[in-house]
Write a protein that binds this ligand. Sequence first.
Ligand SMILES: [Zn+2]
Length: 598
Amino acid sequence: MGIHDEDLQRVKLESDLVGVVSQYVALRKVGQRFSGLCPFHNEKTPSFSVNAEEGFFYCFGCQKSGDAITFVREIEHLDFVGAVEWLANRMGIALRYTDASDGAARKERQELSDLLEQAADFYHQTLRTGKEAGKVRSYLRSRGFDSATVEQFRIGYAPDQWDALASHLNVATDKLEAAGLGRRGQRGSPIDFFRDRVMFPVADANGVVVGFGGRMLPEGQQPKYKNTAQTRLYDKSKVLYGLHWAKKQIVAEDEIIVCEGYTDVIGCFRAGLDRAVATCGTALTDDHVKTMVRFAKRIVIAFDADGAGKAAADRFYEWEDKHNAEVFVAAIPEGADPGQLAEENPDALQEAIRSAQPFLSYRINRVLDRSDLDRAEGRARAAADSGAIIAEHPNEVVRDQYLVETAQKVRVDIEQMRRLIVKPPPKQNQTQVPRTRDHEFDEPSRATPPPEIPQVELNLLRVLIHESEIVKPLVLQPMFTDPVAIEALQLVTKDGWRDQMQSSSEAVTALIGRLLVEEVIGDPIELVSRALDAVIGRWNTELRYDVNDIEQLRKHQPIVQWLAQRQEEMHQEETRPAAVDAVVDWLRNQEPEEQANS
Ligand SMILES: [Zn+2]
């Protein structure tokens, strides 16, 4: 664990769940609670609910529930300590650690990110006002990057000197190296990693700078792009440029646009598509997709035409299946990239995104577009090529649909076409990869189905949670029949039960999570009385089963009558409270006998 308990409690108490959730989900106030589209499963109507007062969330669709720490753990894929750190950081709480090494690691990460932050400032200021950056400013202007864009994306310039940044930061060389900003030169003094480049700061989803992409200037030094090397903070197979700017819009539109470069992202934003991100000098990885689906299920690939055509098809299908994503491809015109298109024809870029096609259909259309469908040879060729593409799709139903559609387009008999689409040979050690541990995190939506607890018991638990002072003395275990409800009752009647929720079963946590965000409808005492009605009904039934001879039944007759009278009174508002008290007393005295019988 490692975090000082006092600090942990403070984080728990002071976490603003609504504020945290709002970073990912557009919440609307509905009565006492907030509601929005669940970030953990795909849905069109909001079933995700937040109770601000209790600091608790619950999804009526996938039954995910918990407090702020649980939410951050799930959505940011962090462990417990990581989630507490994330929240503490947001609230400006300095955590103390019980184990010194935890603190040291955290301190080191903090130092690195401070350095990167200072570097981003330095590069940005240099571009804005530096004398040596004049040529860069005019170059950027010529490419359509006005000063508002430079501000918005915090674009910078790394001067054409060996150690401009190193001497500005003036820290030990190994720190520079750890941050990916410099290294030890041949003469022992530190030198900068980026020189004479336009600098794009790359941040994580929370906006913390983790590295940089540096673009060369015309006639500058190759390569065209240079990215921060792997560091403790920067992992190119995970980071997505632009995510912290775009995430709100991504969630709102349930769509994320993925580009290949920094300038493509900026171009998309300038064209009004402020839900774009880019991989930083690497192909799309499984981790990228995992990150993206946390924000949106619909992924629109906006690579240049060649890039999208060559993209690894089998991986895309695998991701769609594994991460429950939908991969679409924007038809960027041949020879253009999104950045360019944004500059020259923003409407065309918007249209390309709007009319993005599912990956398979995009690939088939590319084949058909290039084919000469007026000639028989051309049609045969097109049938064979598109058949090969269709065959790659792992889902038989999908294959079949495309088969029918494509056969019509290439005017080939369906059965003939079907023969072209031989089921792909099972790819060894790829399709059969066992779903490993982290698969559980991939699909949080497949949780347990909602428990089938009698409504009267749900109502009673709900009122017990929300109006504990009023009803706690009146609620007894025999009012419940469902085992999950009984477990929940045992939990919520303990002092400080909210802190003990973690150790309860998943079903109980989900149930309580749901009840916490639901509102009590009706008068608490009346809800108790309905539960007592049910108890009396059960008691009468059991009596009839248990007692065979008339003599016994006659002995019980007074109590049967007494209960019937109390039931009558419980149905009247004026007499209800006294009758409820009386029946609860009776029930309390029943308890030992019941236990003895069973
Ligand atoms: Zn959900």
